[in-house]
Ligand binder design. Structure first.
Ligand code: GLV
Length: 371
């Protein structure tokens, strides 16, 4: 077992998790759809963005706190929903919930968690959002949303990019299925908690059977009739959909390509961010997930207009290796990196981070065109 003190960045956890987890579990967490072009691009697009730091700013005090949907958090780095966390570690989502609360930031619990909303709530106080998949049976959805509300969840992150599950080829090859001792805990008792083995990814078969392919914008309005919680539309990557999301009453938008697990060859989220931010035009906050592995990535996203970022895979990989302590470590490393990045860019508050702090490919083309 590697000594936690030796780990210096969040990416190291991926290889360590690979050594530790059964192949079926690791592949499920790690893979993207088909050629995995977008999976790679989610990272390389961050690498193409450069900073334009300001110097000789007094950075004795760097304040990373920010406010998301009215909740004050310690940094604009939050935790994305990832399914089946007990496949990574016996304490699963409960360990993640404790780690995230200890860092004063927000956890998003997956609909497909292996711990229920009530169990996660019982870990103690914390600001938590609930990620929602809309099932064909709307009574199931209504019940689940009500339970999340009752358990103190503060927002619904509605996933809108999954009318069908993307083709993750290793899951198909492995005939992925949830280990027998685990269930989709929120659906126990609703007779939807089990995933059967199939000739495909068991999850793809489950989705085909249960998830509503007919989901459309009118359902965002329907969701608003059954809950008073704010709704974040998760999975927007175009200006067109950003406009509609705002009109449909979304309280926020999450620019996401589902960790590159759905449609391959969509742009990296960091490349799509700016057009969504421009379309939202300050009417609702815009968040981003996908490929965030460094504090500098968070700084880039905020400079391009994001109100905050979410991390997914680093949480499950660190959970697999070091449990709750691993997730704490990941959040601490990102916090430390983000603080240094802010200081070196000459920013003392999150509100000071702006578009002038980065230079993108498009900026370089524009500058060259003017010469
Ligand atoms: C779960 O949401 C997945 O995409 O595997």
């Amino acid at each position: 077992m590697v000594n936690i003190e030796e780990i210096t960045n969040v990416t190291e956890y991926e290889e360590l998790a690979k050594q530790r987890l059964p192949k079926m579990a690791f592949d499920y967490y790690a893979s993207g759809a088909e050629d995995q072009w977008t999976l790679k691009e989610n990272r390389t697009a961050f690498e193409r963005i450069r900073f334009r730091p300001r110097i000789l700013v007094d950075v004795t005090n760097v304040d990373m706190t920010t406010t998301v949907l009215g909740f004050k958090i310690s940094m604009p780095i939050m935790v994305a929903p990832t399914a089946f966390q007990r496949m990574a570690h016996p304490e699963g989502e409960l360990a993640t919930a404790r780690a995230v609360s200890s860092h004063g930031t927000i956890m998003t619990l997956s609909s497909w968690a292996t711990s229920s909303v009530e169990e996660v709530a019982s870990t103690g106080p914390g600001i938590r959002f609930f990620q929602l998949y809309v099932y064909k049976d709307r009574n199931v959805v209504a019940q689940l949303v009500r339970r999340a509300e009752k358990a103190g969840f503060k927002a619904i992150a509605l996933t809108v990019d999954t009318p069908r599950l993307g083709r993750r080829e290793s899951d198909i090859k492995n005939r992925f299925v949830l280990p027998g001792h685990l269930t989709l805990k929120n659906f126990d008792g609703l007779d939807l908690g089990k995933m059967d083995k199939s000739q495909d990814s068991g999850l793809a078969t489950y989705v085909a059977g249960q998830i509503d392919r007919s989901l459309s914008w009118k359902d965002v309005k329907w969701l608003k009739t059954i809950t008073s919680l704010p709704i974040l539309v998760k999975g927007v990557i175009t200006a067109e959909d950003a406009h509609i999301a705002v009109e449909a009453g979304a309280a926020g938008i999450i620019v996401s390509n589902h960790g590159a697990r759905q449609l391959d060859y969509v742009p990296a989220t960091i490349s799509a961010l700016e057009e969504v931010v421009q379309a939202a035009a300050g009417r609702v906050p815009v968040f981003l997930d996908g490929g965030v592995r460094r504090g500098t990535d968070a700084l880039k996203a905020l400079a391009l207009g994001a109100a905050g970022v979410f991390i997914g895979r680093p949480v499950v990989f660190s959970l697999a290796v070091h449990g709750e302590t691993g997730v704490r470590k990941v959040l601490q490393m990102l916090r430390d990196e983000f603080e240094i990045a802010m200081a070196l860019a000459g920013c003392t508050k999150v509100s000071e981070i702006n578009r002038s702090h980065v230079e993108t490919d498009i900026d370089r083309i524009r500058i060259a065109a003017r010469l």
